[in-house]
Write a protein that binds this ligand. Structure first.
Ligand code: AMP
Length: 105
């Protein structure tokens, strides 16, 4: 855990954030400022600043499996995934995460 990291604090339960999924590797919760009718974030439990610092292939696989599980749970057949890497690409929270955005139809 990194003391000044908002997502580490969420994972630690500091804000009582509702987790759509919690497993050994990750938590999934709703984005506070949704850009789609369904907008969730898949966040690894370990603090990794961005995709550039993630070397664990197994963890990356687990995160993508969690994406699928969260999409299914939210009733999404179609959805987009996004990983912003670096501030020039729009990364605002420097704890790597995968956006899931979709619309229930
Ligand atoms: P990024 O720009 O890829 O770093 O995305 C960061 C995302 O985190 C943005 O879509 C924010 O709306 C979202 N966010 C920031 N703080 C919180 C929070 N406390 N709870 C849920 N989502 C958050």
């Amino acid at each position: 855990m990194k003391e000044d990291c908002i997502f580490c604090k969420i994972i630690n339960g500091d804000f009582n954030t509702e987790f759509i999924i919690e497993n050994e590797h990750a938590v999934v919760f709703n984005d506070i400022n949704p850009k789609a009718p369904v907008h969730m974030l898949v966040v690894p439990k370990i603090h990794v600043e961005s995709l550039n610092e993630l070397d664990d292939k197994n963890l990356l696989g687990e995160l993508m499996m969690t994406v699928k599980e969260a999409a299914k749970k939210a009733g999404l057949n179609s959805y987009k995934t996004l990983i912003n890497t670096g501030k020039d690409a729009g990364q605002e929270v420097f704890h790597m995460h995968i956006h899931i955005m979709g619309d229930k139809k």
